[in-house]
Design a protein around this ligand. Structure first.
Ligand code: AMP
Ligand code: MG
Length: 415
């Protein structure tokens, strides 16, 4: 038996970072920047006002107060998006709206609240009806001014290669005026279910059959990890059926099969891959998910990495979480596949009878300032609802035969 770490290491050694594509920034959400991205401009581009109010020369407002207002002559008004073409001279002010560039000569903005103009009056009509404003509070030079380049300098590196383009970075790209971005392509993951007993949802079920949940849960995990799932359907447990279906996945970047990797008579995945590929059968020292196949399907000059997941629905999801998701992250150019981990108090015992690493489905919650982990009921590897309730996996190391209720246990948080 190999360890979880060794299995992951071997899998990651066989997948490569995807090639680069250029695409519209919004379509690149959660993809990874394939180049260092620098700004071609200053942001803000010009000094501008952070408040609605009056652009003034700060020196003019010295000594201003409620009882000794300073009167300034209003020489114009300015909305965001326009540039004032005059100059503010001594004793003058320009009525100005948030974001508008500072008029030449001005060096501070007095907000409406600090003048004798009550705020909230309609822009235009009120101001035009008067040609002076009373300043009720002295302003320091620079007050309420946002300076050019205070956010970003021209030439500054903003998004280093390898960054995940999360929503704020998509916004930053737009603020730099970039409509497209170069990223590592999303890997296409072909997913095939095997088994004579497996039936697609939506069809009637005969005795002895069950619905295919694995290709759906795995396809959902592929998509949630940033890959593009391609479901190939269900192959019957014959070498011919399986070979034909797998060939449909040859143009994918990775191939994932469900079931057929244990030691049963009809577990034909290994036979097919022995003919058309390379395969390693592993038993991984973990529970659930001990049997795992890994290798490559090769046909017609193509070589596609292949992960053969165990058929039991929980085993299949936990194995994909531990091995498939990191592989997709690597292909995307990400190395942050490690889930957040924390220590919690086990609310009940978690046995580990045979020295494997146990990943128990758990609900982690906060009580009295501490994290607690409760199991989601029976932990059989066929009980998919135990996975559906879990927000975490409690991890029991190989050398710990029993976590008692009240003991500390490590948990890895799921989505
Ligand atoms: P196997 O690895 O083929 O021996 O399958 C192990 C268990 O997983 C059996 O109980 C199967 O019925 C079940 N199983 C196999 N494929 C699927 C699937 N696509 N969805 C849900 N359960 C499955
Ligand atoms: Mg089977």
């Amino acid at each position: 038996m190999i360890s979880v770490e060794e299995a992951l290491e071997r899998i990651l050694a066989h997948v490569r970072v995807m090639y680069v594509e250029e695409k519209p920034i919004l379509d690149a959400l959660y993809q990874v920047a394939a180049e260092d991205i620098a700004s071609g401009m200053d942001i803000p581009a010009l000094d501008n006002t952070a408040m609605d109010g009056y652009a003034v020369r700060a020196a003019d407002t010295a000594g201003a107060s409620e009882t000794t207002p300073v009167g300034l002559r209003v020489i114009g008004e300015l909305a965001a998006g326009y540039v004032f073409d005059g100059e503010v001279r001594a004793g003058e002010a320009v009525r100005i709206m948030t974001g508008a560039p500072m008029p030449r000569g001005s060096d501070a903005v007095v907000p409406f609240e600090e003048t004798d103009e009550p705020s909230g009056r309609g822009f235009g009509s009120f101001a035009k009806s008067r040609d002076t404003v009373g300043v009720l509070k002295a302003a320091n030079a620079g007050a309420n001014v946002r300076y050019a380049a205070e956010d970003v300098r021209r030439g500054q590196e903003i998004i280093p290669r390898g960054s995940v383009l999360h929503p704020a970075r998509i916004g930053v790209l737009a603020s730099l005026g970039k409509a497209t971005v170069r990223v590592h392509r999303r890997p296409v993951v072909a997913i095939l279910s095997t088994g004579d007993e497996v039936v697609p949802p939506g069809e009637p079920l005969s005795p002895g059959q069950l619905y295919d949940s694995n290709t759906y849960s795995v396809a959902a995990m592929v998509r949630a990890s940033g890959g593009v799932p391609r479901r190939l359907g269900i192959a019957r447990d014959t070498v011919e059926a399986l070979t034909a279906k797998l060939r449909e996945g040859l143009d994918a970047d990775m191939l994932v099969t469900s079931a057929g990797v244990s030691r049963g008579d009809y577990d034909v995945v290994k036979d097919v891959l022995a003919n058309e590929g390379e395969i390693d059968f592993w038993t991984v020292r973990m529970r659930p998910g001990k049997p795992l196949a890994f290798g490559a399907f090769t046909s017609g000059g193509r070589r596609v990495p292949h992960i053969g997941l165990p058929g039991n629905p929980v085993s299949s999801m936990v194995s994909f979480e531990l091995f498939g998701r990191p592989a997709i992250y690597k292909m995307l150019g990400r190395d942050d596949w490690q889930r957040p981990r924390l220590r919690a108090i086990a609310d009940e015992a978690i046995p580990n009878g045979d020295g494997r690493r146990v990943f128990a489905r758990a609900i982690v919650s906060m009580r009295d300032g501490r994290h607690h982990a409760a199991l989601t009921g029976p932990q059989g590897s066929g009980i998919l609802t135990s996975m559906a309730q879990a927000n975490a996996l409690a991890v029991v190391p190989e050398d710990v035969p029993l976590v008692r209720a009240g003991d500390d246990v490590e948990v890895m948080l799921l989505d």
